[in-house]
Ligand binder design. Structure first.
Ligand SMILES: CC(C)(COP(=O)(O)OP(=O)(O)OC[C@H]1O[C@@H](n2cnc3c(N)ncnc32)[C@H](O)[C@@H]1OP(=O)(O)O)[C@@H](O)C(=O)NCCC(=O)NCCS
Length: 167
């Protein structure tokens, strides 16, 4: 997994992490969907979203692109509204492109996402994370997420997950 490899690298945070701006993507060409599926696979390997799933999320959910000032794309995420708790958005996936990881971009990204919640008429975020995914767990803890559950085999055999929430 990418994070297992990443865990071996030294932290290279610059003193001032790049400012991240989020843009909701509302117009999807098939080329863009293919590009997003490629980025998801780069971040999550075989668990990355396919074009089929991204097309549904584009129509029925929220797909965001993270860019640094100047325009370079540094990451992305997909959100869906939790049916039984409409003020809560489920983070289907969030990633920083590999060359920008471990530089504070994820932290800026999450801050920007939290700031944007009222725009989506939401007041909270819910997500799952592999307890071994140190960068992600640290990112969420430092953003103020709380552990609300631990579910064995959440995504099938061998895929246990922590469930975390931000309010
Ligand atoms: C998880 C992810 C979004 C974090 O983004 P990032 O830009 O690398 O995160 P940051 O640089 O802001 O660092 C966040 C925290 O993780 C730590 N961290 C980052 N990379 C690390 C690494 N390789 N090893 C150990 N800790 C690391 C940082 O030290 C920081 O912790 P701190 O606040 O205690 O200093 C990014 O690593 C990623 O896209 N991973 C692949 C996809 C993924 O796993 N997504 C999350 C699924 S739940």
């Amino acid at each position: 997994m990418p994070y297992a490899d990443a865990a071996c690298r030294a932290r290279v945070h610059s003193p001032a992490p790049p400012r991240v701006e989020l843009e909701r993507i509302t117009e999807f060409s098939s080329e863009r969907l293919v590009e997003l599926a490629h980025l998801d696979r780069q971040a999550f390997g075989s668990a990355g979203l396919r074009v089929y799933e991204l097309a549904v999320l584009a129509e029925a959910g929220i797909v965001l692109e993270a860019r640094r000032a100047g325009g370079e794309r540094v990451g992305g995420c997909q959100l869906i509204r939790v049916c039984d708790k409409p003020d809560m958005l489920w983070v289907v996936g969030i990633y920083v492109v590999p060359k920008w990881q471990n530089r504070g971009v994820g932290t800026s990204f999450m801050q920007a996402l939290i700031t944007k919640l009222p725009e989506f008429e939401a007041s909270g975020l819910r997500l799952t994370v592999d307890r071994e995914n140190t960068p992600a767990v640290r990112l969420y803890e430092h953003a103020g997420f709380l552990l609300v559950d631990e579910v064995d085999e959440f995504y099938g055999p061998g895929e246990d997950r922590l469930v975390m929430e931000w309010h």
